[in-house]
Design a protein around this ligand. Structure first.
Ligand code: GLU
Length: 394
């Protein structure tokens, strides 16, 4: 008899990873699938980072690191926060984890009690809601739509707050919409939050460098927010290091200490070789990764052009990250090629079955009218994928 806990039974699977797994499975069966499901740079990790990892192996970095990460890595993270984000942290305010996802889980688990409420400006990354559920909190979506460039307003934020609200997630550049909040928009949110001192803010800035407009603005750099904002980042997206699994948080020392405590019971700390490589990544000038950002920028423009040729797709211009998040609701209720599309999940499955293109339903991100397509794929793949989509829809 299988007797799983309520905790796992109540946890949804990660739709991004599930779709990527499905695409892999179909490819293994010989199907010609183009996967635009996973948000993962298609570049190799730059050589100077790989060299640092090789050196770490030769230097016998094979023992447990401190649970919160090597001190010299935490110092490098402090320098990075100062250089890129105008944030002053000391190493005791930093915790290195097995991916930004673990940083987020740590923070949720150390801050939330059962019944606490988490606010999620929608669309939001799939795992935020799942992690809130895992922490036995409830979550409330603050909706937005393509008409507002997927941004929420300060009025909406204030209306969503209740005495139970404990944590709010900001994510800019946003996964899945590519939306980037400006400094003045963030300052307007801070004005609201100043009235509610018991609410904490998790600012997920994992896409900060994949930004095609104004430089990233860090929420914690607003003076009144510094003491209750936890900034999460990592090397996966900017340095093409998804599989190396290194993320980190910077925030109040008491929260960092609690995250270290929980990590000490769960993982003992992040992989030591990857930590050494991360020092090289973060100490390098940002110009070293600009070629990837430039390439993503070109692909975004290409994808917008290709999408504009497809009927019934409503799209905004993403300012960062590497996703497009079109509204496909004009297709709901229609039958194409014998398949009736009633929602974004049906639409995404239709594209997989009829066009052999894997995408992710917007329902997983709290935006049921949309689907997400990652353009972290080669130009050839993108051209072919959108040709196929156009053929099955037009
Ligand atoms: N963050 C990426 C995505 O949204 C990687 C997969 C995941 O961890 O969800 O596709």
């Amino acid at each position: 008899m299988q007797q799983l806990s309520d905790r796992i039974n109540n946890l949804p699977v990660s739709e991004t990873l599930a779709m990527a797994a499905k695409a892999r499975e179909l490819k293994a069966e010989g199907k010609d699938i183009i996967s635009l499901s996973l948000g993962e740079p298609d570049f190799n990790t730059p050589d100077f980072i790989k060299d640092a990892a090789k050196q770490a192996i030769d230097d016998n970095y094979n023992s447990y690191s401190p649970v919160d990460g090597y001190l010299d890595l935490r110092e490098a993270i402090c320098r990075k926060f100062k250089r890129d984000n105008n944030l002053t942290y000391s190493p005791n305010q930093i915790v290195v984890s097995t991916g930004a996802k673990q940083s987020i889980a740590n923070i949720a688990l150390v801050l939330l009690n059962p019944g606490d409420e988490v606010l999620l400006p929608a669309p939001y990354w799939v795992s935020y809601s799942a992690i809130a559920t895992l922490a036995e909190a409830t979550y409330k979506e603050i909706p937005s739509s393509i008409d507002t460039d997927f941004k929420i307003t300060p009025e909406q934020l204030e209306a969503a707050i209740t005495p139970k609200t404990k944590l709010i997630f900001f994510n800019s550049p946003n996964n899945p919409s590519g939306t980037v909040y400006t400094e003045s928009e963030y300052r307007a949110f801070a004005k609201v939050l100043e009235k509610y001192p018991n609410i904490y803010i998790l600012s997920d800035e994992i896409y900060e460098h994949i930004n095609y407009g104004q430089p990233n603005f860090s929420f914690a750099s607003i003076e009144s927010m510094y003491d209750r904002t936890i900034t999460v980042n990592g090397v996966a997206k900017a340095f093409a290091m998804t599989g190396w699994r290194i993320g980190y948080m910077g925030g109040p020392a008491w929260i960092a200490k609690a995250c270290t405590k929980i990590q000490g019971q769960i993982t003992s700390g992040a992989n030591c070789i990857a930590q050494r490589a991360t020092i090289a990544a973060l100490d390098a000038p940002v110009s070293k990764i600009q070629f990837m950002v430039d390439e993503f920028h070109k692909r975004r423009d290409l994808v917008l052009e290709l999408l504009s040729e497809i009927k019934g797709i409503n799209i905004n211009t993403p300012k960062g990250a590497f996703y497009v998040f079109p509204d496909v609701s004009s297709y709901f209720g229609k039958t194409i090629d014998g398949v009736t599309i009633n929602n974004a999940g049906d639409f995404s499955m239709f594209l997989l079955e009829k066009a052999n293109v894997a995408t992710v339903t917007g329902g997983a991100f709290g935006a049921p009218d949309c689907i997400r397509l990652s353009y972290a794929a080669s130009t050839e793949e993108l051209k072919e994928a959108f040709k196929r989509i156009k053929n099955v829809l037009n």
